[in-house]
Design a binder for this molecule. Structure first.
Ligand SMILES: [Zn+2]
Length: 458
């Protein structure tokens, strides 16, 4: 199945080679505490690696990219995103039967491997367009081994850096264990050598709130034995009216927390839960836009105050959301200022969550998250002279408080230039859109759902 997918369906573009190039005269916001911000600096990239940062860097015979009038940033890092449900954009809403769970449960069984590939490809193209160069593909509808492989192929084809977290089918029975045999097969197949050293693996587990004790024990033990990082939703509030308790503290007693564990959401975490996370160095991924819509207020100030590593995530583009990390930063900052009297958050702190702290969360801080010599070249250039950025007196404040994805001029992922002059250059966007519509239309028909008139365009 995967071979057929490779031959017939991976045709929306091809990745350019990594070249040597120098970005000249940019306002460089390194997000590296030792380097800080460097106005009017050059960054030399050689074979995918950030080689030199400085003024007037000698670089004969390499391509020069003007950074004049631009902010150079590390690419944004997303730390939790269900790429597979990008097909459901526009199907989920506030009308009867259109809530997130009804639509997700209704369509989840009808995905073929090619649909998983196309859904991931769509989301990743949008990610790159918005300046996100690292994504955590959180797969909680993994139905067959081929589905997992199709996701990896999409990640490879789109050029991003990614963690793939292997899960189980949507709505899987709480007394059934995930496919641990295929997880072994999967680990053996998708090695760093097989994935251009751009993909790392983890597991998306349901944990003690959604599975029986012997199930979560087996899954947790298998992950830890294999050395795979674990991620788990704490979002009972989405399903249980009146849920105001996360009970993460009980996970510490069960030995389920630790620096290898990422908890997602936890908007109702109490002091004991936050203390348990901080003490065990458990990470937190927040998706403020979906949390505000469906769960409650993210506890940013309390988590940061306790010393928990907090990063930002898109979660899903199915509910009203998109890959706009600028909005995530801005909404989080504004909400915290309204919710907490002295939140202590700044635009720069938000940018830290969206870059280097995301890389730390995913165990990728040696490779990405800051502009540091020796790291891989995951870089974005933002236009300071677009109307919504002028006058750019304080570049970090302005990009967080006023920035938009349309300001992203250039995106470089792992040393490859994938967006230039505001346009994706390595993929056929129209083909991605058309094949997405075809897949969604087929899926709705097979599921016996009405195909919306707007989808019936060629
Ligand atoms: Zn999620």
């Amino acid at each position: 199945m995967v071979e057929a997918l490779r031959d017939a369906e991976r045709s929306a573009g091809s990745l350019p080679a990594r070249g040597d190039f120098v970005i000249r005269g940019a306002h460089v916001v390194t997000m590296d505490p030792a380097l800080g911000d460097i106005p009017g600096a050059d960054v030399l990239v050689r074979d995918g690696v950030i080689a030199v940062i400085g003024k007037d860097v000698p670089a004969a015979n390499v391509q020069a990219i003007s950074g004049s009038g631009m902010i150079l940033l590390p690419g944004f890092v997303d730390t939790h995103w269900h790429l597979w449900n990008s097909f459901m954009r526009g199907l989920i809403g506030d009308g009867p039967g259109r809530d997130y769970f009804s639509v997700k449960r209704g369509l989840a069984p009808y995905y073929r491997p090619v649909d998983f590939y196309r859904a991931a490809r769509l989301a990743l193209a949008e990610a790159l367009d918005c300046g996100i160069t690292t994504v955590h593909n959180w797969d909680h509808n993994l139905r067959t081994p081929e589905d997992a492989d199709a996701n990896i192929l999409a990640q490879l084809d789109m050029g991003v850096r990614a963690r793939f977290s292997y899960g189980c089918p949507d709505n899987f029975a709480r007394d059934r264990v995930m496919d641990l045999d295929d997880l072994e097969r999967f680990r053996g197949q998708w090695t760093p050598q097989a994935t251009d050293d751009r993909v790392t693996l983890g597991v998306a587990l349901r944990g003690p709130f959604r599975t029986e004790p012997d199930i979560y024990r087996r899954e947790w033990d298998a992950a830890r034995k294999a050395g795979l990082p674990i991620t788990m939703h704490c979002d009972r509030c989405m399903r249980e009216a009146g849920c105001h308790r996360c009970d993460i503290a009980s996970m510490r007693e069960k030995g389920l927390l630790g620096p290898d564990v990422q908890i997602v959401h936890a908007v109702h975490a109490g002091p004991a839960d936050i203390e348990a996370m901080a003490e065990t160095r458990t990470h937190l991924s927040l998706s403020p836009q979906t949390e505000l819509r469906t769960m409650g207020f993210p506890k940013v100030a309390e988590m940061l105050g306790a010393g928990v590593l907090v990063s930002l995530s898109i979660d899903t583009t199915a509910t009203p959301c998109n890959a706009d990390m600028f909005s995530q930063m801005r909404v989080t900052l504004s909400t915290e200022m309204a919710r907490v009297e002295k939140a202590g958050l700044t635009p720069r702190r938000m940018l830290q969550m969206a870059t280097i702290d995301g890389a730390r969360d995913l165990g990728l801080a040696e490779k990405t998250g800051s502009i540091t010599p020796g790291k891989r070249a995951d870089l974005i250039l933002l236009r300071m002279n677009d109307l919504n950025m002028v006058p750019c007196s304080d570049p970090v404040d302005v990009l967080v408080l006023s920035g938009l994805p349309q300001n992203v001029d250039t995106v470089i992922a792992d040393g490859r230039i994938l967006k230039r002059g505001g346009k994706l250059v390595a993929v056929d966007v129209e083909q991605i859109a058309a094949e997405t519509r075809n897949s969604v239309t087929r899926m709705l028909q097979v599921a016996g759902w009405q195909v919306p008139p707007a989808l019936q365009v060629s």
